[in-house]
Design a protein. Structure first.
Length: 347
């Protein structure tokens, strides 16, 4: 009997972190209606718009807590589970921490997709957690109209190693640990325009853990760090700048792309994610002038993207040495500047 192959992206209206609510809409959702309560041991909370929450344990360390989930960005269930899990775990690494355990979040259209397919998704999640050296310790599931998967992850960090998206200083050099372009390739797949030879281009980057973040957390030279996901490179750099009361310039030709020729081909084919336009609508007024293609790439919503790191120029050699020990060959993609007329300038 022939086994049916299920294509998960056909069962969802969005894809990966491109499902995220636009930054401007999120601002409206998160407005406090009542007086804010203060918690002495909460080091990082929702007000900072950082990658995860951090809570002081009173012994020089903090617990890190985060959750992330989304709809399928690839057709293969196992790969979907891996990508969603690597993406969620990344938030702990982005804070300079080490993950401890994870809890699964699963929404499944039980009337459309068999439970065996959901099992493959969860197995992908277990595989990603095993690679990170943590257990998938439990979870919660619901019957939902579209497939959803992700993790709630708990981690730990020494407080003096805790990295935030604020704290960068004028002159800091910016580094990005993964190339961008995931959203364009995912859109090409949903439009059924993705060529067979490009099927794994995005996946192979999305399943890579950002474990280097734990090593970067130990470096005093690293002044700020975040990961690049659904708001695109410009969106997450904007958050870093605003949290640091600084500006930035991006050296477009230095920004790593998954494959420049391939991405421009799919842009020519009209494979522009809806999230790209939502992103630009939310923060485009803060940006300096740029070409249309630059906008499409720099606002492209990433899923399980790389770490964006602001590094003291005096400590770049040490930073690059640690990066190489983590298997990363990096070069600067821009720098932090004084706040100017525009939040970010693209050069």
């Amino acid at each position: 009997m022939e086994t049916k192959t299920w294509k998960l992206t056909e069962f969802s209206h969005g894809a990966g972190c491109g499902c995220k609510i636009a930054p401007a809409v999120l601002d409206s959702i998160l407005v406090h209606r009542e007086a804010k309560r203060h918690f002495d041991h909460l080091l990082v909370g929702n007000d900072e718009r950082d990658d995860a929450a951090a809570f002081d344990l009173g012994d020089g360390t903090a617990v890190i807590s985060t959750t992330d989930f989304f709809m399928p960005i690839v057709d293969d269930p196992f790969d979907f589970g891996r990508i969603a899990s690597v993406n969620a775990i990344s938030d702990v690494y982005a804070m300079g921490g080490t993950p401890l355990m994870a809890i699964a979040v699963l929404g499944w259209p039980v009337d459309k997709l068999p439970p065996e397919v959901a099992n493959d998704v969860v197995e992908g999640g277990r595989a990603a957690c095993a690679e990170a050296g943590i257990p998938l310790a439990g979870g919660h599931s619901i019957d939902s109209p579209e497939p959803i998967f992700g993790l709630a992850v708990t981690g730990r960090v020494r407080i003096d190693h805790l990295k935030r998206n604020g704290g960068s200083r004028s002159g800091d050099l910016l580094f990005l640990t993964k190339p961008i372009g995931v959203g364009i390739l995912a859109t090409a797949q949903k439009k059924k325009k993705l060529r067979p030879e490009h099927r794994t281009l995005a996946r192979d980057w999305m399943v890579r853990l950002n474990r280097a973040g734990a090593a970067f957390g130990r470096l005093e030279e690293v002044h700020a760090m975040t990961d690049v996901t659904g708001f695109g490179l410009l969106g997450h750099l904007s958050e870093m700048c605003e949290a640091s009361d600084a500006g930035a310039e991006v050296w477009f030709d230095k920004v790593p792309l998954i494959d420049r020729e391939v991405l421009h081909h799919y842009l020519d084919e009209g494979c522009i994610p809806g999230g790209t336009r939502r992103n630009w609508k939310s923060y485009g007024h803060k940006m300096g002038p740029m070409e249309e293609r630059q906008r499409y790439l720099l606002c492209d919503p990433q899923t399980s993207g790389g770490l964006l790191v602001a590094v003291d120029p005096a400590g770049v050699d040490r930073f690059l040495e640690v990066a190489r020990s983590e298997g990363l060959a990096l070069e600067p993609i821009g720098r932090i500047t004084e706040r100017g007329t525009h939040l970010i300038e693209v050069k």
